[in-house]
Design a protein around this ligand. Structure first.
Ligand code: PEP
Length: 246
């Protein structure tokens, strides 16, 4: 049985500076976080700086297209060539603010993988969907968009992030039990198609994770680490979260 290494990813969104890159790199290095994969996702202009510090780095999105007249878009193969290992795909802010659909997200996922980037596919329900007991069906649909197009084996070289929309940037973290229930649902759904893929799949939790909530969340059997927004902008907090994943 393959053991899953814990991962903590920091999504800086449209925040950060060269100074923060350097502070973060120093804090992460000093903490000697050997038993956890730590990755930061700064805005595009800071990717090179972050890569040059030796941090593991990913982009917050990529284009689904390869090249051409797509002003403002960024090709996944350039992101890979720069030295990034990962990209986020389908973050809820991309879905809600920029109208990214499940089918567009599946294309971005495919484009990332064909450029050798590891996509971190973000899925999650809104508060209203949870209240209407639609959590599992919403997440199934978001996962099926990728599985139906690319096959379940495509998940082998990917990471899933379960991020309940109601918990992102709100300070309302899902309880460890609520999060574990959804992570278990995701793993069981995938196991029904391919047990090996499901067993080795890293599934992160995201949604207002901080130093106080991370330890219990990461102790759940199907939670393999976190995707952290706000707290990933504070080197001390981010490092504490990473330490709780070790
Ligand atoms: C995110 O943006 O992916 C996120 C989880 O943000 P926050 O930790 O601030 O809720």
């Amino acid at each position: 049985m393959k053991l899953r290494k814990k991962m903590v990813a920091g999504n800086w969104k449209m925040n950060g500076s060269v100074e923060l890159v350097n502070q973060m790199a120093n804090a992460v290095k000093a903490a000697e976080l050997d038993n956890v994969d730590v990755v930061v996702f700064p805005p595009f202009p800071l990717l090179s700086n972050a890569i040059n510090t030796g941090l593991n780095v990913g982009s917050q999105t990529v284009s689904h297209e390869e090249a051409g007249a797509f002003t403002g878009e960024v090709d996944a193969s350039l992101v890979y060539e720069l030295g990034c290992k990962y990209t986020l795909v389908g973050h809820s802010e991309r879905r809600s603010l920029y109208g990214e659909s499940d089918s567009l997200i599946a294309k971005k996922f495919a484009r990332a993988q064909s450029s050798q980037l590891i996509p971190i596919l973000c899925v999650g329900e809104t508060e209203q969907e949870r209240e209407q007991d639609l959590t599992e069906s919403v997440i199934s649909k978001q996962l099926d968009a990728v599985i139906d197009d690319l096959g379940v084996v495509s998940l082998d070289k990917s990471v899933i992030a379960y991020e309940p929309v109601w918990a992102i940037g709100t300070g309302k973290t899902a309880t460890p039990e609520q999060a574990q229930q959804v992570h278990q649902f995701i793993r069981t759904k995938i196991a029904a198609l391919d047990a090996d893929v499901a067993q080795s799949l890293i599934i992160l939790y995201g949604g207002s994770v901080n130093e106080s909530s991370s330890e219990l969340l990461f102790a759940q059997p199907d939670i393999d680490g976190g995707l952290v927004g706000g707290a990933s902008l504070k080197p001390d907090s981010f490092v504490s979260i990473c330490q709780s994943a070790q």
